[in-house]
Design a protein around this ligand. Structure first.
Ligand code: FAD
Length: 442
């Protein structure tokens, strides 16, 4: 029987015995992006039985790749840094081929010159030293999987936090890349937590040895989607193009109703942010309240043939990354294959503005938008506002793990980067679903 929880959660009581034999569990995972697939892989390897449900016709989520004229283009996540240890392990275990990523260049505000990113912060010994001391004192666990451990210390808006700590050179060095990658503008009030996590994950603050034989960043040959396809191929039960119509959680387990029949399981892993499944979930008051606080950025990928532009690099556009007033304009583009004119463009804002402004932005840089192959809008970077972080929203989400047989992975608890999603999902699976056969003493 469900019992009332002080915070409004209908909690399902644990078995009363103090010594439980660990039995294989059945688990349904909703969402086949990196988080859901990493969790499912970990669960299956530990001996549990897993069904993954994905609403799209293919796996990979925001790491999907598509083919144009025989070349693979990544629509979303694909750049891995020297901090991507778990991703590199996965790549090695699945014997997936990797290659170095394109170089980065910043096109100046006038659109006249392209130069390397200014990394003055790393040479600014005073400011960098101040950052390191601040990190040690206030958010020493920032590099560990998850975000809750550092949320309260970094709940201030990033622009203010950087100014308060005299870290303007950090803003100069990381702000352009941060904005170009979809995380927001430094003047839009996103909490410092996310900026600092991003900066740490670039690997530039804590240079380590490279991974998989690459000195710098690496990616998957043939598109990042291929990695997730390989993970899914090894799993026993991954179902794509399935619509979840309702989720019922009871004391003895979970029943997920879909347009192709119900799936019963002991436990449920939500590998999608709560707000994306709220309409079908028998949600508690606590879940509803947290879901209502989730924010995302409207971020877009446009895959297009556009000759005449600066080539053979990942370009950040200084003119449109400096302020949120430029929303709608293209903030970056990637020219991956020098022998084609196909590029992936990235923009924030309303879809109608993005498609209108892209042709102008391309023309402004001396190019021509010849053919748009595909446009994709993302609800990017699920996150909480500063006031919610300060009030403990991420700790509340963590406290929900296991309640009503339900677990949460993905960008909201982990941060919107592949490595963060994978590491958090793997750790959650290892912590909450031990290998069957042993005993658990509580
Ligand atoms: C343009 C772009 C560029 C990026 N670049 C990088 C990069 O270079 N490096 C990097 O590390 N990261 C990058 N990222 C971020 C990275 O792709 C994400 O952090 C990662 O994909 C998150 O994985 P996830 O499984 O948590 O979520 P997602 O990848 O969003 O997967 C969630 C899955 O759940 C499915 N789903 C949603 N609702 C339902 C439902 N109701 N029922 C069933 N299924 C559902 C979705 O279809 C999706 O397949 C980028 C993302 C984008 C969009």
């Amino acid at each position: 029987m469900a019992v009332d929880h002080p915070s409004g959660i209908d909690e399902i009581p644990e078995p009363s015995s103090s010594r439980r034999e660990l039995l294989p569990r059945t688990v349904v995972v909703i969402g086949a992006g990196p988080s859901g697939l990493a969790a499912a892989r970990e669960l299956e390897r530990a001996g549990h039985r897993v069904t993954v449900l994905e609403e799209q016709d293919a796996v990979a989520g925001k790491c999907r790749s598509v083919d144009v004229d025989g070349r693979a283009y990544d629509l979303g996540g694909h750049i891995c840094t020297n901090q991507y240890v778990r991703t590199a392990e996965l790549v090695t275990e699945l014997d997936v081929e990797t290659e170095r990523t394109s170089r980065y260049r910043v096109i100046d505000a006038a659109g006249a010159t392209a130069s390397r990113q200014a990394m003055a912060f790393l040479r600014d010994t005073e400011a960098f030293g101040r950052y390191r001391a601040l990190r040690e004192r206030e958010f020493p666990r920032i590099a560990e999987p998850g975000l809750a451990h550092s949320a309260r210390a970094l709940s201030a808006p990033v622009g203010r936090w950087l100014a308060d700590h005299g870290l303007e050179s950090m803003a100069d060095s990381f702000g352009t890349g941060w904005t170009a990658a979809g995380y927001g503008h430094l003047d839009d009030g996103v909490p410092a937590l996310y900026f600092v996590k991003y900066a740490e994950m670039t690997g530039l603050l804590t240079p380590g040895s490279g991974l998989l034989g690459h000195e710098g960043a690496f990616t998957v040959v043939g598109g990042f989607g291929a990695l997730w396809g390989r993970v899914a191929d090894e799993l026993k039960d991954v179902r794509c193009a399935v619509r979840v119509t309702s989720v019922e959680r009871r004391p003895d387990g979970v029943r997920v109703h879909t347009d192709s029949g119900p799936v019963e399981a002991d436990d449920l892993v939500l590998a999608v942010p709560l707000d994306r499944v709220l309409a079908v979930l028998d949600a508690t008051e606590e879940e509803r309240d947290l879901a209502a606080r989730i924010r995302t950025h409207a971020y877009h990928t446009t895959l297009a043939t556009a000759p005449g532009l600066p080539a053979d690099a990942f370009y950040f556009l200084a003119a449109h990354t400096a302020s949120r007033a430029s929303r709608g304009h293209c903030v970056s583009y990637h020219h991956r294959y020098p022998d084609t004119e196909v590029r992936t463009f990235y923009s924030y804002g309303r879809p109608e503005d993005v498609s209108t402004l892209l042709a102008d932005d391309v023309a402004g840089l001396g190019g021509r938008l010849a053919e748009v192959h595909l446009e994709r809008a993302w609800a990017f970077m699920p996150h909480f506002a500063g006031a919610d972080l300060a009030a403990g929203a991420l700790e509340r989400l963590d406290a929900l793990q296991g309640h009503n047989h339900t677990y949460h992975v993905g960008g909201l608890p982990a941060f919107e980067l592949i490595e963060c999603a994978v590491a958090h999902a793997q750790d959650l699976a290892r912590r909450h679903f031990p290998t069957p056969g042993g005993t658990l003493t509580s």
